[in-house]
Design a protein around this ligand. Sequence first.
Ligand SMILES: CSC[C@H]1O[C@H](OP(=O)(O)O)[C@H](O)[C@@H]1O
Length: 358
Amino acid sequence: MSASDQNGVEAIIWREDRLELLDQRILPEQENYLIYETAEDVAQAIRDMVVRGAPAIGITAAYGVVLAARHCFARDSFMWKESIGKYIKILADSRPTAVNLFWALEQMEKRIALQADDLNPEKKLLEEAVRIHESDIAANKTMGEFGADIIAASQDSGRSVMTHCNTGALATGGLGTALGVIRTAFDKGIIDHVFADETRPWFQGARLTAWELMRENIPVSLNVEGAAAHIMKTQDISWVIVGADRITANGDVANKIGTYNLAVLALHHGVRFMVVAPVSTIDMSLETGEDIPIEERGADEVVAVKGQQIAPDGVEVFNPVFDVTPADLIDVIVTEKGVVERPDRDKMELLMSNDHLH
Ligand SMILES: CSC[C@H]1O[C@H](OP(=O)(O)O)[C@H](O)[C@@H]1O
């Protein structure tokens, strides 16, 4: 059984007419699903990072709209369309950077517009949420193949890769984006080792990526982020492979804080840099990465680890949780619609047009 088949981790489950989310705040020590039956609670779960990861946030919000529709129709079967907008805004306000959230809500709003004013919309809206979920699963598999083929074709260098944050089953509907490429390349025997950095302050790498890879017996070494340059210098790293939370029209990429660091280090060390993201992560309405809203989170995430304070009381904290990697530091962007080598605006427009070839 391949690594990807062994996976089996589901971050998001719609079961018995309600949403179940694997609480990622307590992994890897505890695997516990929380149950959600209101849009407000779903928005809070996204804000609190019970569920996180750009595609996973979008999928979760889509199911949140289904819960909102149930509530609004039950309260007033003739005015439900007027009242559901409030809940869609609550979901939209949960986190600002991952455009997948807004893309998914827009898909749901388009479906809402097609519903009759006085018929229960829940079944049709659930169909749309499931379509969003299943299309992400399919996109992961396609990107995994595209990305693995690119690594194989560039096999003049090492068989180890580096990744940042968590971009696997816990961040998506299925295989993962960057981690989907890594799983696929490992299954094909193209790579044989992964360096995963811890990814402070939330430790997505230490807590989530290491956990996902070890479950599937994919060799992984956990490292502190400060070791990245030394690892690129001394280990045979062929690619840095990361996900994305928003990609702008010129190919700039917002991703977990620390991604930009890795891109600069990769250039210095002759390591190639791959971004893997479904087209629901691409925001052609923004010209450059300078336009992307960068989420800043609370000081508590920085001054303490699992409740254990590590910094002086009252220290001032700056906690941006995303940064922007300029397109000129990126060797390739891999999407399910195709790949863009050395991204620029013209190439991104071609990708997003219908006539783009893989
Ligand atoms: C599959 S993209 C996941 C993307 O989301 C992460 O951010 P967060 O954990 O704060 O939601 C990180 O930027 C990953 O690359």
